[in-house]
Design a protein around this ligand. Sequence first.
Ligand code: SF4
Length: 423
Amino acid sequence: MTEETETHFSAARSVLRIVMTSPNPETNPETTTLPAPSLPDIRNETRSTLAHQFSLWNQPGYRLEQLLDWLYCRRVETWDAMTNLPKSLRSQLASVWSLGALSLLRKQGSKDSTQKFLWRLKDGSLIESVLIPANPALYGDSADRHTLCVSTQVGCAYGCRFCASGLDGWKRNLAPWEIVGQILGVERWHAEQNPSEKPTAADKISNHRLINNLVIMGMGEPMANYDNLMMALRSLNAPWGGGIGARKITISTSGLAPKIRQLADEPEQFRLAISLHGATDAVRNQIMPVNRKYPLSELSQACSYYLERKGKMITLEYILIDGVNDAIAEVKPLSDLARRLHAKVNLIPYNTVEGLPWKRPDEARCQKFAETLTRSGVTCTLRLEKGHDIDAACGQLRLKTERELAATSAITGSSIDQPEPES
Ligand code: SF4
C-alpha cells in the first residue's frame, strides 16, 4: 500500500456481510439483477425521457440544459446543489428520481501516477476503477488527459483462471448510473484535489473532462451487461451528457461472440478489444471457460463481422503468463489471427494474484515474445503494466479489501449486515 492510500474502514465495517452468488455462466450469464427498487436514478435516463417529463411540467427548454449541466459537467450529488433551478422544480425532480453517487472507500496511487479507486455501492458491494495517465501507444489515439478503466459488474461469472475478479463469483450487474458514476466520481475526486480547475459557466462539458478515454475492461464481463452498458455509454458519449467521443471508448470482451455481432450492428463507433490471452483453443480452454461456449473459430468470425461493419482496428489483449501462453510456439497462431483480423496486440505481463498459482514471465522472455511477434508483421505493444505495485490486476484491490474486512469482522465479532444509507 502506498503512502497515498486512503482508507475508510470505519465506514466500511458497517457493510461487512457481502453475499456473493455464482450463477452458472453457461446457463444464465446475462441476467440483470439490480438492488431493491427505490426511485430510479436520474442518470439512467436519456435526454428524450427527461425532455418529455420537463414538457409535462411546462418547463422551458433551457431548464433541461441546466439540469444536464449539473449532472454531467458539474457532477453534483444533491438536488439542492442545482442552485439555478427553482426549488419547486428540484422538489419535482426529487419526487421522481434519485440522485446517487458512488462512495469512495479506498484509493491507491502508484509511483507512476496510476490511481486505483475502490467504490462502495448502495448495497455494500465493492467495485474498482483505474485511472491511467495518458499513453498514446495503448489504444491508438493521442491522449492529452487520462484513461479510465471502468467496471461493469460486481464480480464476474466467467471465471477466467488467472483473474481476481472472478474468484468470488458474480453478484450482480451494474446499473447504467453506476457505470457513469465511476467517471463522475473520479472526476469529482480530482476536482476536490484541484479546486482551481473548477468549470466556469462558459465551459463546454467535453472541454472540461478530466477523462477523455474509456476502456471498459475493469471488473466483470462488459458484454454480459450489454443493455446497461450501452445505455451508460450512450449518455457518456452524447453531447448532452459526457461528451466523450465514441472512438475514445473501447469495450473489451472475453469472447461473447453474439454480443460482438450485436455491437457491430450498433450505430455508434465504439472500439472493440478482445481479452484473448491464448491463440489456440487448447490454451484458451485451459484458462478461459468462455472458450468452450464460443471457441476461437466462432470468436474470430464475430470479430471479422465487426471489422466488416465498422472498419475499425480491433485490439487483442494478451496477458503473458509464465509457462501457459508465453512460449515462442504461441507466436505463430497469435500472429496468424492478428493478421487475419488486421488487429494489433497489447502484450501485458501477468500481475500476480494472491492465492492463484500463475506467474509473470521475466522481462527478457516478454521482450523476446514481443520481438518475435513484431517480426511476424504484427503491430504490438509490450505493456509493462502501470500500477503493478497497487494490486493492479483486475479485481485484486476489491478482493483484498473484502478479505481484510472479513478478517476484521472475525476479530471484532461484528456482523452488521445492513448497508449504510448513501450520503
Ligand atoms: S478476465 Fe474479465 S471475463 Fe474473465 S473473469 Fe476476469 S473480469 Fe471476468
